[in-house]
Every structure is written in structure tokens, then in C-alpha cells.
Design a protein. Structure first.
Length: 141
């Protein structure tokens, strides 16, 4: 019976992950409302460090493996292993510092709301009504 319950829970979690969408969010004062997939990749790989108005970009990630892996797959086309290797190389060679990382989406949302130029991601269900939200959703073109 335990195996059946564990199996059903695993299938439910997998099916939720398969249909969940990761949404890019930013501080309300970020000048961009839309970004291309290439620009998102450049931001989270620290190849682009300034917004269009020359303010500093502050990228943020979530440590939750499920959400982070979905983000990497959907927006950066990278595996978690390749992400970690990329940042190890960047840090070792002194060419970059990885995005700040938070334990929960709520912590990251608070950081993005309070930090000028901050950008991150959440599952689509975490942002209810953009007009009431303290962050804005970045559209992908």
C-alpha cells in the first residue's frame, strides 16, 4: 500500500512539473517589459549585466531543484549539471559571480520586489494578479 501511495504521489508531482510553466519576473522599475529567450539566457549567464537604461541587473534563482531545473530547461536549454559546471568555471576564472540564490520562491519574490534591477522566476501559479503584485511579469518575445 505504501508503494502505491508513493507511486501516485510521484506521478502527481511529475505531471504537475510537466505542465507547470516558469514565468520570468522583475522589479517593477525594470525598464524592459519583454525579453527574448537569448536575452534571458544572457542575463542568467552574466553575459548581460545592464538593463536598457544602464541600471545594473541583479539575477536571482531558487534552490528548489524542481523549479530551478524547469527554469533551466525552459529558458536556458541547460541541464542542472551544465549550469553548475558553467558557474564553477566562471567563478574559478574570475569572470563572474552566480546569481543570488534563495531557498523559497517567497524569499526571492520579496528580494525582487525590494531590489532595483532584480529579475528571477517563479512557477506561473505563484503570481495571481499582476496589477496587485509587487513585481512585474516579463513577456517573452
Amino acid at each position: 500500500m505504501k508503494r502505491l501511495i508513493v507511486g501516485l504521489l510521484a506521478m502527481t508531482a511529475f505531471s504537475y512539473a510537466a505542465y507547470a510553466d516558469v514565468v520570468i519576473i522583475a522589479n517593477r522599475n525594470v525598464p524592459e517589459n519583454t525579453l527574448s529567450r537569448k536575452e534571458i539566457k544572457e542575463i542568467f549567464l552574466a553575459k548581460r549585466v545592464r538593463w536598457g537604461d544602464h541600471s545594473r541587473i541583479h539575477a536571482a534563482t531558487v534552490r528548489d531543484a524542481g523549479i530551478h531545473k524547469m527554469f533551466l530547461k525552459q529558458h536556458l536549454n541547460k541541464s542542472h549539471a551544465k549550469w553548475k559546471l558553467y558557474w564553477k568555471r566562471m567563478v574559478f576564472t574570475g569572470r563572474g559571480v552566480p546569481p543570488i540564490s534563495f531557498d523559497t520562491e517567497a524569499e526571492m519574490l520579496a528580494y525582487i520586489a525590494e531590489t532595483e534591477g532584480a529579475v528571477g522566476y517563479v512557477l506561473s501559479g505563484e503570481i495571481q494578479d499582476e496589477s496587485e503584485a509587487s513585481v512585474k511579469i516579463i513577456r517573452i518575445r
